[in-house]
Design a protein around this ligand. Structure first.
Ligand code: GLU
Length: 418
C-alpha cells in the first residue's frame, strides 16, 4: 500500500508490470524504477474576492532524477489527487526517455476548479503554489509547464514569482510561457501539431485518403490545435466535445469558427443548438481518426470493443485503461494505436527547446522549432514501430519498453548511492 494508491496510479503500476514482465526486470529492481523519488504536498491559502480565505491543496511529484532535472506540467482541476499526479509524473518519465530528452518525469497539481475563480484569485493561487514549491524546484532540479486547467498566463505568474524570490529573472524555471516572457514560438501549438503530424503519417501508411474524418474529445490546448491542424490538412472534423458540450456534423465542423467561439466564451457551449450531440457517444462514432484529448481512463474495455476508428491517437495522458488495451491488442489489425507517451510528446519536446533557448538566451524561428519537433517525433515513431514488429508487441508496450529501458540503464550505470 502506498500514499499514491487509487485508480490512476494503479493503472500506471499495471502498465509498468506489463513492461517489466516483457523486459524480464527482476522483482527487486522494479520498485526502484517505478516509485517516485519525491512528492510534496502543500497547502495554498488564497484571499477570495469576498474577503474570505480558502485553502487549496497542491502537489508535486518528481519521479526520478537519474537523467537530469524533472519535467512536467501543473494541472488545476477538481479531480486532482496525489495518486493521479504520481501516475502522470511516471508517464512523463517514459515519455521523456522515449523521445530522448535529458529529463525525469514530474507532475504537479492543485485540487481546484479554475473556472470558479476570478483572474485575481487565480493569480493569487498560482503565485502561492509556486512560492510553496520554491525549495523543491529549479531550472536544474524540476521545470514546470502547463497542463489541464493552466496556461501561458499561469506560467508567467509562476516565472515571475520564482524570479522575484531570486532577485533576477529566471525564465528557464518554467516552460510554456508567453513568447513575450521568454517562451518559445511554437510551444502553444506544439502538442496538437505533434498529434496531427503523427496522425498524418499513420494515415499515409494505412493509405487513408480522400474524405477522411476525425473525432476529437477535448477542446483545450491539445484538442483544439490538433483539430485545427487536421482541418487545415483537409480532414473533416465531424465531432468535438469538451466539458460543457459536444457537437456533431457529418459534413465536418467549421474548426476555425469553433476556435474563435471557444476563445471568446471559454468553451464550445453555445456554438450551435442544432449540432449538439451526446458527449458520451462521440468516442464510438464511425471515423478514421479518434483523438481523445481530455482526461485519463475514458476508453475502457466496453468502449474499446465498440470503437469504430482506424487510428486511435492519444492526445491525452492515460486515456486508455489496461483492460481496454487487452481489447485493442486483439483489434490491432483494425485499429492503429498511437500511444499517449509518443502521441502527445510534442509538447514536452518543444518545452525542452524552450528551456534550452532560455538557458542560452538564443531564440529560434518557429519553423526551426517545428521542424526539429517533427524530426524527434519521427525518430521515436520509427523506433516504436521497429520494436513492435521485432518483438511482436502492441505499440504501447513497445513505446513504454523503450522509455523504461533507458531509465533502467541510466540507474544501472550510475549505481546505487551510497
Ligand atoms: N503537460 C504536458 C504533458 O503532459 C507538457 C509537459 C511539459 O511541457 O513539460 O506532456
Amino acid at each position: 500500500m502506498t500514499v499514491y494508491a487509487g485508480p490512476v496510479f494503479d493503472m500506471a503500476v499495471q502498465q509498468f508490470d506489463v513492461i517489466a514482465d516483457h523486459l524480464s526486470i527482476p522483482t527487486d529492481e522494479r520498485e526502484r524504477i517505478l516509485m517516485p523519488k519525491r512528492s510534496i504536498t502543500v497547502s495554498c491559502p488564497v484571499h477570495r474576492d469576498d474577503g474570505s480565505i480558502t485553502v487549496f491543496e497542491g502537489y508535486r511529484v518528481q519521479h526520478h532524477l537519474t537523467l537530469g532535472p524533472t519535467k512536467g506540467g501543473t494541472r488545476f482541476a477538481p479531480s486532482v489527487d496525489i495518486g493521479e499526479v504520481a501516475a502522470l509524473a511516471i508517464w512523463m518519465s517514459w515519455k521523456c526517455a522515449l523521445v530522448g530528452l535529458p529529463y525525469g518525469g514530474a507532475k504537479g497539481g492543485v485540487r481546484v476548479d479554475p473556472g470558479s475563480m476570478s483572474m485575481r484569485e487565480l493569480e493569487g493561487l498560482s503565485r502561492r503554489y509556486m512560492q510553496e514549491m520554491i525549495p523543491f524546484v529549479g531550472p536544474r532540479t524540476d521545470v514546470m509547464a502547463p497542463d489541464m486547467g493552466t496556461n501561458e498566463q499561469v506560467m508567467a505568474w509562476f516565472m515571475d514569482t520564482y524570479s522575484m524570490y531570486q532577485g533576477n529573472t529566471v525564465t528557464e524555471i518554467v516552460t510554456g510561457k508567453p513568447v513575450s516572457s521568454g517562451g518559445t514560438l511554437g510551444r502553444r501549438e506544439a502538442t496538437g501539431r505533434g498529434v496531427a503530424h503523427l496522425v498524418r503519417r499513420v494515415m499515409n501508411e494505412l493509405d487513408i485518403v480522400g474524405g477522411a474524418t476525425a473525432v476529437v474529445q477535448g477542446f483545450g490546448n491539445v484538442g483544439s490545435h490538433a483539430a485545427l491542424e487536421l482541418y487545415n490538412s483537409g480532414i473533416k472534423i465531424i465531432a468535438v466535445s469538451d466539458l460543457t458540450d459536444a457537437l456533431y456534423d457529418r459534413n465536418g465542423l467549421d474548426i476555425p469558427a469553433l476556435l474563435r467561439h471557444a476563445a471568446a466564451h471559454g468553451s464550445i457551449a453555445g456554438f450551435s443548438n442544432q449540432l449538439r450531440y451526446d458527449p458520451a457517444a462521440i468516442l464510438t462514432l464511425p471515423c478514421d481518426v479518434l483523438i481523445p484529448a481530455a482526461i485519463e481512463r475514458v476508453i475502457d474495455a466496453h468502449i474499446a470493443e465498440n470503437l469504430k476508428c482506424r487510428v486511435l491517437a492519444e492526445g491525452a495522458n492515460g486515456p486508455t485503461t489496461p483492460e481496454a488495451d487487452l481489447i485493442l491488442e486483439k483489434r490491432q489489425h483494425e485499429i492503429f494505436v498511437i500511444p499517449d507517451i509518443l502521441c502527445n510528446s510534442g509538447g514536452v519536446v518543444v518545452s525542452y527547446f524552450e528551456w534550452v533557448q532560455d538557458l542560452q538566451q538564443l531564440f529560434w524561428e518557429e519553423d526551426e522549432v517545428t521542424r526539429r519537433e517533427y524530426q524527434i517525433l519521427d525518430r521515436a515513431f520509427a523506433q516504436m514501430i521497429g520494436r513492435a514488429k521485432k518483438d511482436r508487441i502492441p505499440h504501447r508496450t513497445a513505446a513504454m519498453a523503450i522509455g523504461v529501458e533507458k531509465v533502467r540503464a541510466g540507474k544501472a550505470m550510475r549505481g546505487l548511492f551510497p
